[in-house]
Design a protein around this ligand. Sequence first.
Ligand SMILES: Cc1cc2nc3c(=O)[nH]c(=O)nc-3n(C[C@H](O)[C@H](O)[C@H](O)COP(=O)(O)OP(=O)(O)OC[C@H]3O[C@@H](n4cnc5c(N)ncnc54)[C@H](O)[C@@H]3O)c2cc1C
Ligand code: SF4
Length: 478
Amino acid sequence: MAETKIREYTKEEIKEIRKSRTPIPEQEPIVRGKNFEEVALGYTEEQALREANRCMACKKRDCVAGCPVEVPIPEFIQLVREGDFTGAAKKIKEKNSLPAICGRVCPQESQCESLCTLGKKMEPVAIGRLERFVADYERAHGGGGEVAKPKPTGFKVAVVGSGPAGLTVASDLAKIGHEVTIFEALHKAGGVLVYGIPEFRLPKAIVQSEVDGIASLGVKFELDSVVGKLYTVDELLERGFDAVFIGSGAGLPMFMNIPGENLNGVYSANEFLTRTNLMKAYLFPEYDTPIKKGKHVAVVGGGNVAMDSARTALRLGADKVYLVYRRSMEELPARKEEVHHAVEEGIDFKLLTNPVEIIGEDGWVKGIKCVQMELGEPDESGRRRPVVVKGSDFVIDVDTVVMSIGTGSNPIIPESTPGLELTKRGYIVADETGATSKPGVFAGGDIVTGSATVILAAGAGRRAADTIHEYLMSKVKN
Ligand SMILES: Cc1cc2nc3c(=O)[nH]c(=O)nc-3n(C[C@H](O)[C@H](O)[C@H](O)COP(=O)(O)OP(=O)(O)OC[C@H]3O[C@@H](n4cnc5c(N)ncnc54)[C@H](O)[C@@H]3O)c2cc1C
Ligand code: SF4
């Protein structure tokens, strides 16, 4: 059913609009560098209709093959074209329970949009922006509808962690009548979506509305509850839970082990972003947690986390922010859009550069000593290995350093759960369905794969929910 006046495009007009994607309104770089509000403002109805009309409704559906959870992309875009925005949101939700989030943070350029047939000759359809539009429309217009209350099954499931994996598994299980409790170590639910990804990329109100939606299904949240300390996984099973899902993420910060990393003014990206996002340090003293507002900041790394840290440092008031990355622009693993935004905002990219020491004075950071790199032969990952250029050291004057070179598995659950098979790097071994080596215990998301993406974690949660349901139903039969 059309929810807006549909604009019929003529063949000529369609030929014309296919040439380039509909731009998304954004805050100007000079303005947004000084606030924490969302950078991209989202499509209007008219812009969404225009972009949807670029889609060729290909029979082969290459875009779907690029989506890790196989969202029915041409079908939802067709509904947008018909002006049925709520119907489009429902269509996406058949496969992805977090469209407002994924529409904002998925690396579409290396997934669905990279395979879009239109993209072979022109710019691909802006699938992510359309996904975001319909999800926002549904939230604003309350089109989600009441979910019918399922008959309780009598089974109880404990979910450890409230990131995208935990939220998805909890929501899917609650919808079929299982009693679900999420145990979350932090005081707010959402995982990386609340403590890592900044407000200017993913407004926290959107995450909260997902969490509220899941709570309205009857899911209980036990916040400030560290499983492995307060109760172990075995104790949860003994306390009457019939199954446990572990979605505890990969939040253990890594450092380079170079001299000076223990100086004041050196942060892990994890601490830097948590203080700012979750604890609202940028509003100190109104909020309790302070943060050092560096004037000259170096962020070490090249992923989304590094990009978020650099742009956060800028918004905290830095005059100069350097992004120190050991390979070249081509190898930057961050989302293309974030790199583009960071460049526009004036982040200074020090590429082919690697830190060797953090220099201090009176216990505080004063500079970062780096060496120049050049790209050599490809390594195991297929990317050209960076090699040090001899005698190329130089110092960048900075007062703050944020280390963003990756994270590892949090050891609390693995260490407190006997019988759980782990990889050499401390991640939980789980198969495609989410089953672990321990009966009744399932796992998914970053704690299994290592740091990955929101959609992969949500997809793992969905598959694990199916497996847990089957496991519980098999108990009835036996
Ligand atoms: C700064 C940053 C930016 C990112 N940007 C993007 C992006 O743009 N696009 C994208 O797709 N991905 C991005 N990612 C990656 C993505 O966020 C993760 O892959 C995803 O959140 C993993 O989901 P998860 O549910 O497995 O774990 P998480 O989101 O990490 O959630 C795990 C939760 O478990 C809790 N927990 C841990 N241990 C315990 C315990 N013992 N007891 C109870 N609770 C526990 C944690 O507090 C946390 O809330 C980013 C990551 C970071 C850090
Ligand atoms: S490949 Fe591109 S043009 Fe074809 S259906 Fe998918 S989004 Fe539309």
